[in-house]
Design a protein around this ligand. Structure first.
Ligand SMILES: [Zn+2]
Length: 264
């Protein structure tokens, strides 16, 4: 087993977990935030400051940030692959690096205006996709994001190694609505087992219990029952001495400082 001092996790913790939430749904405000508060945990909420009335609509998220959670940048337009067939005006295949940068920078300007107390935040790739163009013209927009943020969350199987991971395309496990509390605890347990940073990506939650695991259930198709989420939070609180649970920006800043220390 590796020497624990080889890792940046504070207070002798063996691994790190970040709880992240995409798209700013009402159920996150109604269900996730009170449960996190009950267990004294902080999360990262990636929101889209869109529409004429974005400032008014996003007021609850200002309160979330002031409670210590990270409110992250998830772009304004949430542009994804054409292949979803959503019939939206814009798709990643059709836009340029300049267009995505303009969107992200304007989203950031709005979030700074909403929450001047939180000057640094991380980014989350809509639909976990980090490219523009297609085929011979396809190119990564990760370098664009790296110019503006200390870190960014994508999706991937392996939990993040503090030295080896690309901070601007962090791996995350997507939480499906059918997952039980013990499924979620099993994912979180990977962090101390492997001395890694496990990021979980949540979407909607629901008060009702799950209707069970069923074939064809999609990640976005069903909301996660509150009881499953509560069981995970209870587990993280109980294992606080082994697992450091913190917002993405907090962990990323810790890793950046640790990497710099190791180089000098
Ligand atoms: Zn999204």
């Amino acid at each position: 087993m590796a020497n624990r001092s080889d890792f940046p996790w504070p207070n002798g913790c063996h691994g790190t977990v970040s709880l992240t939430f995409d798209d700013g749904s009402q159920s996150q405000l109604d269900i996730a935030i009170p449960i996190l508060k009950a267990y004294d945990l902080l999360g990262t909420f990636y929101i889209n400051p869109r529409g004429e009335d974005w400032q008014q609509k996003l007021q609850p998220w200002r309160g979330v940030a002031l409670a210590g959670h990270e409110v992250g940048n998830h772009t304004i337009q949430h542009i994804c692959s054409r292949n979803f067939g959503w019939g939206r005006a814009k798709t990643l295949e059709d836009i340029t690096l300049e267009e995505i940068e303009t969107d992200v920078v304007e989203a950031e300007r709005r979030l700074q205006a909403l929450i001047p107390e939180q000057p640094v935040r991380t980014f989350c790739y809509p639909c976990y996709q980090s490219y523009v163009g297609e085929g011979p013209t396809r190119q990564s927009y990760v370098p664009v994001i790296a110019r503006h943020f200390p870190a960014a969350r994508g999706m991937g199987e392996a939990a993040n190694h503090p030295e080896l991971t690309d901070l601007h395309y962090l791996s995350a496990s997507v939480v499906a609505g059918w997952m039980s509390g013990s499924d979620l605890c099993g994912l979180a347990a990977v962090a101390p087992e492997q001395s890694r940073w496990m990021i979980l990506a949540f979407h909607s939650l629901q008060q009702e219990p799950s209707s069970g695991r069923h074939l064809g259930a999609t990640y976005h198709g069903s909301a996660l029952p509150a009881d499953s989420f509560r069981e995970l939070c209870e587990y993280l609180a109980r294992h606080r001495d082994q697992i450091w649970t913190a917002p993405v920006v907090t962990v990323a800043q810790e890793i950046i400082a640790w990497r710099q220390d190791r180089r000098t």
